[in-house]
Design a protein around this ligand. Sequence first.
Ligand code: WQD
Length: 334
Amino acid sequence: MILVTGGAGYIGSHTVVELLNENYDVVILDNFVNSSPSVIDKIELITNKKIKFYEGNVLDRKVLNEIFNDNEVSDVIHFAGLKSVSESLIKPYDYYNNNVTGTLTLVNEMVLNNVNNLIFSSSATVYGKPQEIPLTESCHIGETTNPYGTSKFVAEKMLTDISSANLKFNVTLLRYFNPVGAHPSGMIGESPKGIPNNLVPYLTKVARGQLECLSVFGSDYPTKDGTGIRDFIHVMDLAMGHVAALRNRKPERNLNIYNLGTGKGYTVLELINAFERITGVKVNYRLSDRRDGDIAECWSDPSLARNELGWEASRSLDDMLRDVWNWENTKSNY
Ligand code: WQD
């Protein structure tokens, strides 16, 4: 059985759908701080399978032990954590407590219960300001510029040290680039609480008339059109990356690190133009100053995951934007 912490969240819920489709047994732990119990119902509707879930936080050793005592867990996929860059600057304690102490608490209870396989939700943010592009897994990490990124970097370092001291404990670190899109059914997708920080959720709210105008942060970067470049990856491809990591663990190494990206970079203006072309909806935007902490370009070399996991992203930017717009127009029906 696979324990998915944060399994009702954006990437977690899409990964649970794919795990169930691949006939894995899944149990979810989620405290619904950035999700809702209704997501569990939608996963069951999509997959036509029942899911066991526990409401709680990975900081709570009691609920972790209840899960491990009640279920034959073989692997844990750990998504649960806080993930807003801007919020982390305001609430650093919450980010270190949830993302670092929470991960440490989970690992401790796993080892005590002889559960020795962990897949950790990391992020391209750990690369900080890239010294070379495209980014490979051996690129320098650690020059993070916000508590969210630093919490992911610290968690990676902890897990690296734990795996080198305990060869029985297997760690896979998956570094996500920019997750975008939604399940094609339109029943699950990204629904951040409050005003979105990320580009696509903000853009779709502007497209729906819920927000006035999209600020394009920076038009003077050394890129083809002056705006930032990112490696946008469909959340369904990201979900399949987790299934591939589960299925193709390398027994000869108990620490494996993979970039989950497409290897393609698009500028912010290219994404806006693609959205307008696909949806026929004009996006009201203005060119604004750069956002503090942003970098000009960030995209991946995903060849290691292709060679070792037999995984590569297959969905295009058009697929991502078509699916996210379908989600925006469908979610109110459920
Ligand atoms: C993308 C591009 C902005 C908003 C962060 C985290 C990363 C991951 C994804 C969790 C940049 C521009 C954005 C807006 C804009 N999260 N932009 N107007 O900063 O690349 O990555 O979210 O894992 O870890 O670091 O994503 O979507 O915020 O920005 O112009 O209103 O869009 O400048 O070039 P980012 P983003």
